[in-house]
Design a protein around this ligand. Structure first.
Ligand code: R5P
Length: 295
């Protein structure tokens, strides 16, 4: 292991330099056919981006607002998402099997909101992921957390299984309540996830220096929505994320807790795939939601 005394500050991110390629998903040009095919179910070939609808929250939070009835509240939105992220329990019980969206399965679990959330284990066998036609499996890394080392080892174990079966792995950077959410932290956490073999990394947007996070991560970054914000604010965050190098969003509460989830999903799609500015996307949201309380 490298000597860690006197480390120089990283600064040469070359954020606009082209990345190695030939495939529309960053960092995946040397992967096998099956894995590339699965990544193509998540990232659109024409834009290289994705709108992933996340509703896996129940794996530690139970039936939170908006997810009381996944079959009734979420299933109707699925046709408008490029990919969906949920547990296998939610998929098997509540999502129609004719869905076209790329399937991203939550593969970690253990503690509930009542306990230390970093105390996670792998909670899915890769064979069941293949049986469910998953394009990717998702697991958290708790960099700086109490169980940092085990969570990174869990990721590596899942990557080994994913590489054997051609299933992509989404590394999710989980941030403890006491940690500083800045670009320096997210560069560290996202890069560790990618170096351990994650094919996609999910993280949070930060106002300062986010382009250094996306530039220094050799695989696509997708951005979690976080807590429910006013729609214009959520669209602004999505827009900035994309313009600063993210390859999509993995958004949950800001869609399913909106008064108009379908309209919000349409507005997010416009931002992600068509580079529509937030104010214009918000107008789209208002038009789509006018006169319809649930659309
Ligand atoms: C946490 O429960 C999951 O990783 C979520 O999928 C993730 O946080 C994205 O959902 P949201 O946009 O609600 O933060």
């Amino acid at each position: 292991m490298a000597d860690t005394d006197g480390l120089l500050e990283a600064r040469n991110f070359e954020a606009t330099a082209p990345v190695a390629g030939g495939f529309h998903v960053k960092g995946a040009h040397a992967q096998d056919w099956g894995l590339q095919n699965r990544l193509s179910r998540i990232f659109r070939r024409d834009t290289g981006r994705t709108v992933m609808l996340a509703f896996d929250h129940g794996y530690f939070l139970g039936p939170m607002a908006g997810l009381e009835r996944i079959d009734a509240n979420i299933a109707p939105l699925v046709p408008d998402a490029d990919a969906i992220m949920m547990t296998r329990g939610a998929l098997r019980t509540s999502i129609p099997s004719h869905s076209d969206a790329g399937i991203v399965l939550r593969a970690s679990g253990g503690p509930s909101i009542l306990r230390d959330l970093s105390d996670e284990h792998i909670a899915l066998d890769i064979e069941d992921a293949v049986r469910l036609n998953a394009a990717a499996v998702a697991i958290q890394v708790f960099v700086g957390g109490e169980h940092e080392s085990r969570s990174v080892a869990n990721l590596a174990t899942l990557v080994d299984a994913g590489q054997r079966h051609g299933v992509a792995v989404l590394g999710v950077t989980a941030v403890g309540k006491d940690m500083v959410r800045d670009a320096r932290y997210f560069r560290l956490a996202t890069r560790i996830a990618a170096e351990m073999g994650a094919h996609i990394v999910k993280t949070y947007y930060v106002d300062q220096g986010f382009e250094t996070v996306t530039a220094s991560c050799p695989v696509p970054i997708i951005v979690a929505g976080g807590k429910k914000l006013p729609e214009l604010d959520a669209l602004t965050m999505a827009y900035r994320s994309i313009q600063e190098g993210a390859a999509g969003v993995d958004m949950g509460r800001n869609i399913f807790q909106s008064e108009h989830p379908a309209a919000m999903l349409a507005a997010v799609r416009a931002v992600v795939h068509d580079d529509v500015k937030p104010e214009e996307a918000y107008e789209l949201f208002r038009e789509r939601s006018a006169g319809n309380a649930t659309s």
